[in-house]
Design a protein around this ligand. Structure first.
Ligand code: MN
Length: 217
């Protein structure tokens, strides 16, 4: 399968992190999200993470090239983890929402959800619980855990805390307040439920198939 088929692989080109355009019109995500939320989120918040990731990467190159003192490396690395984590997760987020209502998980993804959560309802209980438990700003991310190859849900805090090495993300819900506050105010649960109703399960299935294929090689 072509590596570039998924939207979230388009965040790097010609030696820099880049902001991919939205994969749909900004007004296409109703009723989940309004156009003002989507535009502000993509054009300002996501764009700022791209700029921050490039700046941190450049600082690290200057440490390597002896332009900056090596003591700068640790703070630049932290900035890279935060901003690049934000960039990667936002690319995944735009690809996790569908302008059209979908019927829910299908194919091997439906099978995996059944096997690893007992049912789609079981998955929703875990996803909602993790999303509501994120302290402050963060993400609920469905993905495949490397050792067991089972699906699990991570509640990533900020963009970089609570991660598992080798975890392969399939579906990401941004629960930073900037993602939902204009429409939902403090009702994160209402936003997460609406997100799940408009989740892009077809894109998540493609990612699972690609990861399975890569792991099999
Ligand atoms: Mn965000």
């Amino acid at each position: 399968m072509d590596k570039k088929t998924c939207h979230c692989c388009k965040g790097y080109a010609d030696g820099s992190y880049v902001l991919p355009p939205l994969p749909y019109e900004a007004d296409a995500l109703e009723p989940l999200l309004d156009v003002r939320t989507v535009n502000t989120h993509h054009d300002r918040h996501h764009a700022a993470y791209v700029a921050g990731a490039n700046a941190a990467a450049e600082t690290l190159r200057k440490v390597a090239g002896n332009v900056y003192d090596e003591a700068v490396a640790s703070s630049a690395m932290r900035k890279l983890a935060f901003n690049l984590g934000g960039h990667i997760l936002h690319c995944l987020y735009w690809d996790s929402i569908s302008p059209e209502k979908q019927d829910g998980p299908t194919g091997v993804l439906a099978d995996a959800i059944q096997a690893d959560f007992g049912s789609y309802d079981g998955f929703m209980r875990v996803f909602r619980g993790v999303a509501m438990g994120v302290q402050g700003s963060g993400w609920a991310v469905l993905g495949r855990e490397r050792l067991s190859k089972r699906l699990t849900v991570l509640g990533i805090e900020r963009h970089q805390d609570i991660l598992l090495p080798g975890f392969k993300p399939l579906l990401a819900c941004d629960v930073w307040e900037h993602a939902y506050y204009l429409r939902y105010l403090n009702n994160r649960a209402g936003y997460v439920d609406a997100f799940l109703r408009q989740a892009n399960w077809a894109a998540a299935l493609k990612k699972l198939e690609r990861h399975s294929h890569e792991q099999a090689r």
